[in-house]
Design a protein around this ligand. Structure first.
Ligand code: SAH
Length: 251
Protein backbone atom coordinates (compact mmCIF):
# COMPACT_ATOMS: atom_id res chain seq x y z
CA UNK A 1 0.00 0.00 0.00
CA UNK A 2 1.33 3.45 -0.86
CA UNK A 3 1.38 5.98 1.94
CA UNK A 4 -0.77 8.50 0.01
CA UNK A 5 -4.48 8.06 0.72
CA UNK A 6 -6.21 7.57 -2.61
CA UNK A 7 -9.97 8.00 -3.12
CA UNK A 8 -11.95 4.76 -2.92
CA UNK A 9 -13.62 3.56 -6.09
CA UNK A 10 -17.31 3.62 -5.16
CA UNK A 11 -19.83 2.30 -7.67
CA UNK A 12 -22.39 5.00 -8.58
CA UNK A 13 -25.68 4.24 -6.81
CA UNK A 14 -23.95 2.75 -3.76
CA UNK A 15 -24.06 3.92 -0.14
CA UNK A 16 -21.06 3.50 2.19
CA UNK A 17 -21.66 3.79 5.95
CA UNK A 18 -18.49 5.27 7.45
CA UNK A 19 -17.71 5.37 11.16
CA UNK A 20 -15.55 8.47 11.62
CA UNK A 21 -14.15 7.82 15.09
CA UNK A 22 -14.67 9.83 18.28
CA UNK A 23 -13.86 13.34 17.05
CA UNK A 24 -10.17 13.71 16.26
CA UNK A 25 -9.83 13.81 12.43
CA UNK A 26 -6.79 11.51 12.76
CA UNK A 27 -8.85 8.74 14.34
CA UNK A 28 -10.76 7.81 11.19
CA UNK A 29 -9.64 4.60 9.45
CA UNK A 30 -7.75 4.71 6.17
CA UNK A 31 -10.71 2.97 4.48
CA UNK A 32 -13.08 5.58 5.95
CA UNK A 33 -10.95 8.46 4.67
CA UNK A 34 -10.72 6.85 1.24
CA UNK A 35 -14.51 6.59 1.10
CA UNK A 36 -14.89 10.30 1.96
CA UNK A 37 -12.45 11.18 -0.83
CA UNK A 38 -14.39 9.02 -3.32
CA UNK A 39 -17.88 10.34 -2.49
CA UNK A 40 -20.15 12.63 -4.53
CA UNK A 41 -22.46 13.26 -1.57
CA UNK A 42 -21.75 13.00 2.18
CA UNK A 43 -24.57 12.96 4.74
CA UNK A 44 -23.01 13.77 8.12
CA UNK A 45 -24.00 14.69 11.64
CA UNK A 46 -22.56 16.65 14.51
CA UNK A 47 -20.55 13.89 16.20
CA UNK A 48 -18.63 13.04 13.01
CA UNK A 49 -15.14 14.57 12.72
CA UNK A 50 -16.48 17.30 10.42
CA UNK A 51 -13.04 18.93 10.10
CA UNK A 52 -12.38 16.22 7.51
CA UNK A 53 -15.07 17.67 5.22
CA UNK A 54 -13.19 20.92 4.66
CA UNK A 55 -11.70 20.94 1.20
CA UNK A 56 -13.57 17.89 -0.12
CA UNK A 57 -15.29 18.25 -3.49
CA UNK A 58 -18.37 16.30 -2.37
CA UNK A 59 -21.75 17.88 -1.59
CA UNK A 60 -22.02 17.77 2.23
CA UNK A 61 -25.47 17.56 3.83
CA UNK A 62 -26.01 17.95 7.59
CA UNK A 63 -28.58 15.45 8.88
CA UNK A 64 -27.51 15.94 12.49
CA UNK A 65 -29.53 15.09 15.54
CA UNK A 66 -29.04 17.35 18.53
CA UNK A 67 -30.27 15.73 21.80
CA UNK A 68 -33.82 16.95 22.38
CA UNK A 69 -33.33 19.64 19.72
CA UNK A 70 -34.17 20.06 16.05
CA UNK A 71 -33.22 17.00 14.06
CA UNK A 72 -33.75 15.15 10.83
CA UNK A 73 -36.00 12.15 11.51
CA UNK A 74 -34.27 8.83 10.81
CA UNK A 75 -36.84 7.99 8.12
CA UNK A 76 -35.90 11.19 6.29
CA UNK A 77 -32.20 10.32 6.43
CA UNK A 78 -32.94 6.81 5.15
CA UNK A 79 -34.99 8.22 2.27
CA UNK A 80 -32.31 10.81 1.40
CA UNK A 81 -29.70 8.04 1.20
CA UNK A 82 -31.99 6.03 -1.09
CA UNK A 83 -32.82 9.04 -3.28
CA UNK A 84 -29.19 10.12 -3.74
CA UNK A 85 -28.19 6.54 -4.58
CA UNK A 86 -31.06 6.14 -7.08
CA UNK A 87 -29.86 9.37 -8.63
CA UNK A 88 -26.60 7.56 -9.42
CA UNK A 89 -24.52 9.29 -6.77
CA UNK A 90 -21.65 7.75 -4.78
CA UNK A 91 -23.03 8.30 -1.30
CA UNK A 92 -21.28 8.26 2.09
CA UNK A 93 -23.16 8.30 5.39
CA UNK A 94 -20.59 9.77 7.79
CA UNK A 95 -21.03 9.57 11.57
CA UNK A 96 -19.09 9.72 14.78
CA UNK A 97 -17.62 6.57 16.30
CA UNK A 98 -18.88 3.34 14.78
CA UNK A 99 -22.12 3.20 12.78
CA UNK A 100 -23.33 0.07 14.55
CA UNK A 101 -22.86 1.35 18.14
CA UNK A 102 -25.96 3.49 18.73
CA UNK A 103 -25.38 4.96 15.29
CA UNK A 104 -28.59 3.61 13.76
CA UNK A 105 -26.41 2.25 10.97
CA UNK A 106 -28.27 -1.04 11.23
CA UNK A 107 -31.55 0.71 10.43
CA UNK A 108 -29.98 2.49 7.48
CA UNK A 109 -28.50 -0.77 6.17
CA UNK A 110 -31.92 -2.46 6.36
CA UNK A 111 -33.72 0.47 4.69
CA UNK A 112 -31.18 0.53 1.88
CA UNK A 113 -31.26 -3.23 1.35
CA UNK A 114 -35.08 -3.15 1.25
CA UNK A 115 -34.90 -0.42 -1.38
CA UNK A 116 -32.45 -2.51 -3.41
CA UNK A 117 -29.58 -0.05 -2.90
CA UNK A 118 -26.12 -1.66 -2.48
CA UNK A 119 -24.61 -0.77 0.88
CA UNK A 120 -21.13 -1.21 2.33
CA UNK A 121 -20.01 -0.68 5.92
CA UNK A 122 -16.65 0.67 7.10
CA UNK A 123 -16.24 0.21 10.88
CA UNK A 124 -15.08 3.14 12.97
CA UNK A 125 -13.30 3.62 16.30
CA UNK A 126 -16.20 3.73 18.74
CA UNK A 127 -16.22 6.45 21.40
CA UNK A 128 -17.55 3.87 23.88
CA UNK A 129 -14.07 2.37 24.04
CA UNK A 130 -11.94 5.26 22.75
CA UNK A 131 -13.26 7.96 25.13
CA UNK A 132 -12.36 5.94 28.24
CA UNK A 133 -9.07 4.97 26.63
CA UNK A 134 -8.15 8.58 25.84
CA UNK A 135 -8.81 9.36 29.51
CA UNK A 136 -6.48 6.55 30.58
CA UNK A 137 -9.23 4.05 31.46
CA UNK A 138 -9.06 0.59 29.85
CA UNK A 139 -12.61 -0.77 29.66
CA UNK A 140 -11.28 -4.22 30.61
CA UNK A 141 -8.19 -4.99 32.66
CA UNK A 142 -6.77 -8.34 33.66
CA UNK A 143 -7.52 -8.90 37.31
CA UNK A 144 -9.98 -5.98 37.57
CA UNK A 145 -12.70 -6.44 34.97
CA UNK A 146 -13.37 -9.38 32.71
CA UNK A 147 -15.97 -7.62 30.63
CA UNK A 148 -17.77 -4.50 29.58
CA UNK A 149 -21.39 -3.61 28.84
CA UNK A 150 -22.13 -0.59 26.65
CA UNK A 151 -25.58 0.80 27.37
CA UNK A 152 -27.71 3.74 26.27
CA UNK A 153 -28.88 6.05 29.06
CA UNK A 154 -31.24 8.20 26.97
CA UNK A 155 -34.34 7.11 28.91
CA UNK A 156 -34.91 6.69 32.66
CA UNK A 157 -34.59 3.15 34.06
CA UNK A 158 -38.31 3.24 34.97
CA UNK A 159 -39.37 4.51 31.54
CA UNK A 160 -41.50 2.03 29.62
CA UNK A 161 -39.13 2.44 26.65
CA UNK A 162 -36.19 1.23 28.77
CA UNK A 163 -35.16 -2.33 27.89
CA UNK A 164 -31.96 -2.41 29.98
CA UNK A 165 -32.02 -4.61 33.08
CA UNK A 166 -30.12 -2.14 35.29
CA UNK A 167 -30.62 -4.29 38.40
CA UNK A 168 -28.82 -7.16 36.70
CA UNK A 169 -26.06 -4.83 35.50
CA UNK A 170 -25.49 -3.71 39.09
CA UNK A 171 -24.42 -7.27 39.93
CA UNK A 172 -22.22 -8.20 36.95
CA UNK A 173 -18.89 -7.13 38.53
CA UNK A 174 -17.79 -5.93 35.10
CA UNK A 175 -17.44 -2.48 33.54
CA UNK A 176 -20.54 -0.42 32.64
CA UNK A 177 -20.11 2.21 29.91
CA UNK A 178 -23.07 4.58 29.53
CA UNK A 179 -23.59 6.63 26.37
CA UNK A 180 -26.25 9.33 25.92
CA UNK A 181 -26.60 9.37 29.69
CA UNK A 182 -25.97 12.93 30.89
CA UNK A 183 -29.57 13.92 31.60
CA UNK A 184 -30.64 10.74 33.36
CA UNK A 185 -27.36 9.93 35.13
CA UNK A 186 -28.92 10.66 38.56
CA UNK A 187 -31.77 8.17 37.89
CA UNK A 188 -29.38 5.55 36.52
CA UNK A 189 -26.92 5.80 39.41
CA UNK A 190 -29.76 5.65 41.95
CA UNK A 191 -31.12 2.53 40.27
CA UNK A 192 -27.69 0.85 40.28
CA UNK A 193 -27.11 1.69 43.98
CA UNK A 194 -30.63 0.57 44.94
CA UNK A 195 -29.90 -2.69 43.10
CA UNK A 196 -26.81 -3.45 45.15
CA UNK A 197 -23.89 -1.80 43.37
CA UNK A 198 -21.22 -1.01 46.00
CA UNK A 199 -21.29 2.77 46.69
CA UNK A 200 -17.49 2.98 46.63
CA UNK A 201 -17.28 1.58 43.08
CA UNK A 202 -15.05 3.93 41.05
CA UNK A 203 -16.70 6.00 38.30
CA UNK A 204 -15.62 8.55 35.71
CA UNK A 205 -17.24 10.90 33.20
CA UNK A 206 -15.30 11.68 30.03
CA UNK A 207 -16.59 14.65 28.00
CA UNK A 208 -15.78 15.70 24.42
CA UNK A 209 -13.14 13.02 24.09
CA UNK A 210 -10.64 13.36 21.25
CA UNK A 211 -11.29 17.10 20.96
CA UNK A 212 -9.44 20.03 22.48
CA UNK A 213 -12.23 20.25 25.09
CA UNK A 214 -11.69 16.73 26.43
CA UNK A 215 -12.29 16.63 30.18
CA UNK A 216 -12.48 13.84 32.77
CA UNK A 217 -14.16 13.74 36.19
CA UNK A 218 -13.58 10.89 38.64
CA UNK A 219 -15.42 10.01 41.84
CA UNK A 220 -16.99 7.10 43.70
CA UNK A 221 -20.23 6.13 42.02
CA UNK A 222 -22.28 7.49 44.93
CA UNK A 223 -20.59 10.88 44.47
CA UNK A 224 -20.28 11.03 40.68
CA UNK A 225 -23.67 12.73 40.19
CA UNK A 226 -22.80 15.55 42.61
CA UNK A 227 -19.47 16.06 40.90
CA UNK A 228 -21.01 15.96 37.41
CA UNK A 229 -23.71 18.44 38.43
CA UNK A 230 -21.22 20.79 40.09
CA UNK A 231 -19.02 20.72 36.98
CA UNK A 232 -22.06 21.18 34.69
CA UNK A 233 -21.22 18.20 32.46
CA UNK A 234 -22.75 18.41 28.98
CA UNK A 235 -23.06 15.95 26.06
CA UNK A 236 -21.25 14.35 24.42
CA UNK A 237 -20.08 12.53 27.54
CA UNK A 238 -19.49 8.93 28.53
CA UNK A 239 -19.76 7.53 32.04
CA UNK A 240 -17.65 4.56 33.10
CA UNK A 241 -18.59 2.64 36.24
CA UNK A 242 -16.39 -0.14 37.59
CA UNK A 243 -13.00 -0.92 39.08
CA UNK A 244 -11.21 0.18 35.89
CA UNK A 245 -12.35 3.78 36.50
CA UNK A 246 -10.15 3.78 39.60
CA UNK A 247 -7.00 2.80 37.71
CA UNK A 248 -4.28 5.35 37.34
CA UNK A 249 -2.23 4.35 34.31
CA UNK A 250 0.08 7.34 34.71
CA UNK A 251 0.01 8.01 30.94
N1 SAH B 1 -21.80 5.71 17.17
C1 SAH B 1 -21.16 6.48 18.23
C2 SAH B 1 -22.08 6.74 19.40
C3 SAH B 1 -23.33 7.52 19.05
S1 SAH B 1 -24.41 7.77 20.40
C4 SAH B 1 -19.88 5.75 18.66
O1 SAH B 1 -19.67 4.58 18.36
O2 SAH B 1 -19.06 6.42 19.29
C5 SAH B 1 -23.89 9.35 20.95
C6 SAH B 1 -23.16 9.25 22.26
O3 SAH B 1 -21.83 8.84 22.06
C7 SAH B 1 -23.05 10.56 23.02
O4 SAH B 1 -24.23 10.86 23.72
C8 SAH B 1 -21.91 10.26 23.95
O5 SAH B 1 -22.34 9.47 25.04
C9 SAH B 1 -21.02 9.40 23.07
N2 SAH B 1 -19.93 10.16 22.43
C10 SAH B 1 -19.74 10.30 21.10
N3 SAH B 1 -18.62 11.02 20.84
C11 SAH B 1 -18.09 11.33 22.05
C12 SAH B 1 -16.94 12.06 22.47
N4 SAH B 1 -16.10 12.61 21.58
N5 SAH B 1 -16.71 12.18 23.80
C13 SAH B 1 -17.54 11.63 24.70
N6 SAH B 1 -18.66 10.94 24.36
C14 SAH B 1 -18.92 10.79 23.06
Amino acid sequence: MSSAIEPAVIEPGTVVLVGGGPGDPELITVAGMRALLGADVILYDRLAPTALLDGLDAECVNVGKIPRGAHTPQETTNQMLIDYARDGKRVVRFKGGDSFVFGRGGEEAIALAEAGVPVKVIPGVTSSVAAPELAGIPVTHRGLSQGVTIVAGHVRPDDERCTVNWSALAKTNTTIVILMGVKYLPDIVKKLLDSGLAPDTPAAVVSSAATDKQHTLRARVDEIVNVATREAVTPPSITIIGAVAGLDLKI
